[in-house]
Design a protein around this ligand. Structure first.
Ligand code: ADP
Ligand code: MG
Ligand code: MG
Length: 882
């Protein structure tokens, strides 16, 4: 088959769409050639060759070198030079390039084809001896480094000696005779470390270089990069052989890299750097400090006074042409050989979230792309960067992280260390900025978490309690930073051999998981006009509603500002933890008769009513789905001696009795235990209290002309036989409250359930007879479908991802092929008996773009996610609809 694709004047086999086969670099070199840009000709060995190379136990595929040789012959004809010629040799670069860009992860070799004889020929034919030896020393260095794995430092040492000898500050200050000596020195280094002389046969050089690029596909750093970026399913890298052009031929030559627009801010301004008399990686390697391209017009060469102006003008033309052609920001590499500009690479430029938004808006305005294309351009998750304060990138560049944990909740936070929730609350009240540092957090820590500027834990994963709660609040959190040793008693942490205490400040970056010593400067987000424009487009095209998970008026208000169209999940358990409420709650749990329980519940009622009133008010007539109490009761009980004593004092129940009750309530598997609707079956008075509070709040609001839209959600239903009596009790309670409050107006309250137990999904046609709505609780549904405890999954999940047993964390992105089947089945079955049933999702997945696309596809009415993810969900929903 066809293993090698040619690009040049003679013919161009490939095009920009063939990235899978030719790699991004190869496909775009073909495309640029085809649209008439000045690209040195060359050829691309396909990614399939790389796959074949590994399949055959690291051997070049049969026929590859024959096809390469044919391409080289074509190049020779086109350029009038011969590869391996001794007088005026054609030189080649051999460049890696996979379908997805992996910058700097794989290998490139320049100036291939030089040897001891042809270097003299090159010196003569170019009339530039210095250049010829500069090219040769670079070849020996790169070839040794890449093909033979000779440490780069050995070459550096040799170079340093020569530089010293000639008192040269930079590479460019070394005179020609120095470079000639350097070539000899490099050959010695090569021989010493490989046991062989530097290969003089250009064809052998070429074959080994191609093989070395294939090998670099499986280098450690390339493998790590693919793992971190979640790149899977690629064949391998392509290899590009390309005629060399030389930026190191003197003051009328140079090389550079640029972005057609600023990739950090999105500003429509050509942005880049270049170096005069330099080759290849010199610009990015930081050997010399490059100049901004904006200064290029000032560049003058002795033999060409207007070189800078001409090249700059030409670059600007090419920039426009590329943007018009690709309709996106391009990241380009170019080289100038004796005043002539060549394009060596183009690809879509990586950019920050704010830049993505600005670029999309401006390109739509410039009519370069349509509004719909604009919507598709922005990675929804990157919007996060626009919503939260972040560390100043300049500051981060200067520091190096102490350790890196899981990026559990994005944002940037710094503060002095606090080691318990109470301490965090107290010190925050006293005006201090604190980071709450815990091994892991429990529901009892919520106050402390709320008060802290950020949360840092040494165990726990992305769906740990701390992470979920922090994301809901938009609070910065780094979880599972396992290298940190926490000594709670001594109030000290140890990391990287250093110790930090209550007076020390750390900074945590919740977007990357990085932990830094000291205070890192931050920059506040600006929700400028571009953001609003993008959100407007999103709302125009999406079909899915977007609600939020919120359980306080403040969160509700913020979510509404971010565009939430209702609350899809108002958890009520958090409401039992604040202040005195926890005492009343504990009193209720300790009570052993129904009347005693009812008495304690009565104390809680006014608190709940007030909470709901606040939320209904904040949501201004938008629907609010309230979930009845869900966690097992023992979560609310005191777990240490001091707390038991306090409770005993407050309730008059003896410490001993409390301890007995605590152990009675202990469950081996609390997540599969006495929780959710099971609580309401055994203690109906809890449901009655909560429904009373909701109904009274709704009526009170209506009396104040606030159009409260309550939806009551009964969690953890597995059979319709649970839901039926609870629905009846709920309806009865609503009627009782109406009667008691003499309310005769309209009060539409929907009653529905969560679908989070597989059995409920399987029997959704029965469950739907008792439900006005379904809300898919995909956290529990995932947990119960896989049988993975979501609190413990971090013990093995990383191995599962590494070994590609799972493609991604199913708690973060819905497992559409497994858990998704239960969702779509429940949708169908539910609709078959109740055509009007409302369908939503309220798990963590409601804010995940891939999961949102699935929700759109199966026909849900809305997704619900934490407030800070609402804009992300709006955009992702629009993308799903386009
Ligand atoms: P990477 O993928 O790491 O960017 P490249 O294959 O782009 O590696 O090569 C790195 C650099 O080598 C290029 O930016 C360019 O400056 C130089 N280079 C590659 N091929 C050629 C060539 N044919 N002529 C001149 N310079 C080249
Ligand atoms: Mg490159
Ligand atoms: Mg649940």
């Amino acid at each position: 088959g066809k293993l090698v694709y040619y690009f040049g004047k003679t013919k161009t086999d490939g095009d920009g769409k063939m990235k899978t086969l030719l790699g991004g670099k190869g496909a775009n070199l073909a495309e640029m050639t085809a649209i008439g840009l000045p690209v040195p000709p060359g050829f691309t060995c396909t990614t399939e060759c790389c796959a074949e190379y590994y399949k055959q136990g690291e051997k070049l595929p049969k026929g590859l070198m024959e096809q390469v040789t044919k391409s080289v012959t074509m190049l020779e004809k086109e350029l009038g030079k011969k590869f391996g010629d001794l007088k005026s040799p054609l030189l080649l670069s051999v460049r890696s390039g996979a379908a997805l860009s992996m910058p700097g992860m794989m290998n490139t070799i320049l100036n291939l084809g030089l040897n001891d004889e042809s270097v003299v020929g090159l010196a003569n034919s170019s009339g530039n001896e210095r250049f010829a030896y500069d090219a040769y020393r670079r070849l020996i260095n790169m070839y040794g480094d890449v093909v033979m794995e000779v440490g780069h430092e050995y070459f550096e040492e040799a170079f340093d000696k020569i530089k010293k000898k000639y008192n040269a500050a930079t590479d460019n200050d070394v005179p020609t005779e120095g470079l000639i000596q350097l070539v000899e020195a490099y050959k010695k280094v090569y021989r010493k470390h490989t046991g062989q002389p530097f290969p003089q046969d250009p064809v052998e050089q070429l074959a080994l270089a191609i093989e070395a690029v294939f090998k670099s596909w499986n280098s450690d750093k390339a493998i790590s990069y693919r793992r971190i970026e979640g790149i899977t399913g690629l064949d391998g890298t392509a290899v590009n052989g390309q005629a060399m052009v030389f930026g190191n031929m003197g003051d009328d030559s140079g090389t550079g890299v640029a972005f057609t627009r600023n990739p950090a801010t999105g500003e429509n301004k050509f942005y880049g750097e270049f170096l005069v008399n330099a080759q290849g990686e010199d610009v990015v390697a930081g050997i010399r400090t490059p100049q901004p391209v904006a200064e290029m017009p000032k560049w003058k060469a002795p033999n060409d006074k207007t070189i800078g102006k001409k090249v700059h003008a030409e670059l600007m033309k090419i920039k426009d042409k590329l943007e018009k052609h690709y309709k996106d920001v391009q990241d380009i590499e170019f080289t100038i050989e004796k005043s002539k500009l060549y394009m060596l690479q183009t690809r879509n430029g990586k950019r920050t979230g704010p830049a993505a938004v600005r670029i999309a808006c401006e390109m739509v305005k410039e009519k370069l792309i349509t509004e719909k294309q604009g919507v598709m351009r922005i990675p929804p998750n990157d919007l996060t960067q626009l919503l939260l304060p972040s560390f100043d990138p300049a500051g981060k560049k200067k520091a190096s992280p102490l350790t890196i944990g899981l990026p559990a909740s994005p944002g940037a936070a710094f503060g002095k260390l606090a080691f318990s929730a109470d301490e965090a609350v107290d010190r925050a009240h006293a005006g201090e900025k604190v980071l709450l540092v815990r091994k892991e957090t429990s529901p009892e820590d919520v106050d402390g978490m709320h008060s802290a500027a950020g949360i840092l834990t040494s165990t726990g994963g992305m769906t740990s309690h701390a992470a979920v709660v922090a994301r809901g609040w938009g609070k910065c959190c780094v979880a599972g930073a396992g290298e940190i040793h926490i000594d709670e008693k001594a109030k000290k942490i140890k990391v990287g051999g250093k110790t930090y205490g209550v007076k020390d400040v750390l900074s945590i970056d919740g977007s990357t998981g990085e932990v830094f010593a000291g205070e890192m400067p931050t920059v506040e987000p600006k929700l400028g006009g571009h953001f609003g424009t993008v959100m407007g487009w999103a709302d125009k095209y999406r079909k899915l509603g977007v609600r939020t998970n919120a359980d306080s008026p403040a969160d509700s208000k913020r979510a509404r500002e971010f565009g939430a169209e209702g609350i899809g999940l108002c958890r009520t358990e958090h409401m039992f933890f604040e202040g005195d409420r926890i005492l009343a709650m504990r009193e209720m749990i300790l009570a052993d008769t129904q009347p005693a329980r009812e008495k304690a519940l009565k104390k809680l009622l006014p608190f709940q009513r007030k909470d709901f009133e606040g939320i209904f008010k904040a949501m201004k007539g938008l629907p609010v789905t309230v979930r009845l109490l869900d966690p097992p009761l023992h979560e609310f009980l005191p777990h240490d001696k001091a707390a038991v004593k306090e409770l005993s004092g407050a309730t008059g129940v003896s410490a001993k009795e409390i301890e007995v009750r605590v152990s009675q309530l202990h469950e081996a598997n609390p997540m599969l235990g006495h929780r959710g609707c099971r609580l309401s079956i055994t203690y109906p008075e809890i449901l009655t209290m909560q429904v009373t509070a909701i109904t009274e709040a709704a009526i009170n609001c209506r009396k104040k002309n606030i159009d409260a839209q309550a939806e009551i959600m009964i969690p953890l239903v597995g059979t319709v036989n649970e839901l039926a009596p609870l629905r009846e009790l709920t309806e009865q309670t609503i009627e009782d409250v109406k009667k008691a409050k003499k309310f005769t107006g309209k009060l539409p309250i929907l009653i529905g359930t969560m679908i989070e137990i597989p059995r409920a999904a399987l029997t959704a046609d029965e469950v739907a007879t008792q439900a006005d709505f379904f809300s898919f609780g995909t956290n529990d549904l995932t947990q119960m479908t896989f049988g993975y405890s979501r609190d413990d999954v971090n013990g093995f999940l990383p191995d599962y991802i590494d070994q590609e047993i799972l493609e991604k964390d199913p708690f973060q992105s819905l497992d559409t092929s497994g858990v998704g089947q239960l969702v779509s089945m429940a949708v169908e079955k539910g609709k078959s008996v109740n055509a009007k049933i409302k369908l939503g999702i309220c798990g963590e997945h409601g804010g995940d773009p891939a999961s949102i696309a699935f929700c759109h596809k199966v026909g849900l009415n809305y997704v619900s996610c934490s407030p800070f993810r609402v804009p992300i969900a709006r955009l992702a929903a629009a993308q799903a609809a386009l």
